[in-house]
Design a protein around this ligand. Sequence first.
Ligand code: AMP
Ligand code: ZN
Length: 463
Amino acid sequence: MLLQDTLTRSQKQLSPIDGKTFRFYCCGPTVYGPAHIGNFRTFVMQDVFRRALETGGTRTLHVRNLTDVDDKTIRDSQAAGKSLKAFTDQWRDKFHRDCEALACLPPHIEPSAVEHIPQQIAMIETLIEKGNAYTSEDGSVYFKISSFPGYGKLSHLDERELDLGKTQNERANSDEYEKDSISDFVLWKARRDEDGENFWESPWGQGRPGWHLECSAMIAEYLGDTFDMHSGGVDLVFPHHDNEIAQSQCACGGDFAAHWFHIAHLLVDGGKMSKSIGNMYTLADLKEKGFTPMEVRYVLIGAHYRKPLNFTLDSLSGAKEALAKLAKAAAKLADNIGSEMSLPSADFGPFQAAWDSLNDDLNTPGALGGIFTGLREATKLSGKDAAAALAGLNRILKALGITLPEILEDTAEIPADIEKIAETRWAARSGKDWATSDKLRDELQELGWSVKDGKDGYKLTKI
Ligand code: AMP
Ligand code: ZN
């Protein structure tokens, strides 16, 4: 696969450094509220990336962290009157449910900052020993950016006009680090009153790690000093990822990430969707408006990841229509097969162009277009050819993480004997013969069909 690399600003062919497994890290969510669909643009694109590699036969190791201690999680857990753990566990679980609804594969490893305090302390000790960090009067520890000549290479700091109001001798203590200034940044934050019970013992006194450090420590633990790729939304390029590079390369040596994959923002009315601005949509908000998570996923992959995507409710209605059209064409293709079996295939058939798009800098809109073009050809086929085309379609849909449940379910053929049992059951139920009705429901269940009753009839669904 060819993919744009933020550091070199060029497209590079991806292949695992160790020749076996493509090992990559994604900065995960801060678990202090529901993730918004802007966050999910990033997570869904990372999921498509992983699915595409796996579909192409590359094994992956996907590590994504949970930020469960920072200024925001502490502030909001206290406002909610909960312990930090109870508070962040609740939002972690919600995040997992949303990811599942959006068909995002769970990462292979999901470490959390709180679970890796000793590793973070050890990294700070190394940085102090090597002269890259220093302690301040209050017991905080800062990274000294002048000690790392390559500082800012990812965001091309040397080419940018920055607010140099903060000089390299000044420091930033907040996790919400100003985007356009450079300063030494905090590695260990001395305990403050507002932290409450959220502090740990360290060689520098009580406190907690700064936000940038956790990713470096967890990467060292699970991926070592050199790994295949690092990813996040574009807002993380600077300072977060530049700071990670500084911490990791100074502490561990190595090349750190061989490739940088950044996803452009989801916008609302031309501005960034963000919780602090209050213009965010969650999956729950959109469900309430009658949209499914799959429709949300379709919108999110409908634009190229390097271009900002302006979110509108109209685009969700468009996704609903496109998915229905797709499902109808897929059902027609399935119909054309007749008695042939659809076998898993390593081929994409009429969907080769869609697959090629996906491998060309993860061109998801190109891939979706290629699916519709492919379907126009595929639906003209029959028998074995239709079966092969359907296998190709299933492969490309899987690579994009698209499922078409409702319509395929509606068009599933119901065998005559199943229909007969269901009708007998409906008659028994209408006559209030509950015992027979229940017995026949169990019988259907055993035969692999579930039955749902409505006011005027029933609906059979293949289990
Ligand atoms: P956070 O929970 O704020 O740490 O963000 C989790 C991920 O979502 C990070 O990779 C962010 O860069 C990304 N992100 C945040 N806002 C947006 C947005 N509006 N569009 C796309 N990605 C975003
Ligand atoms: Zn990170």
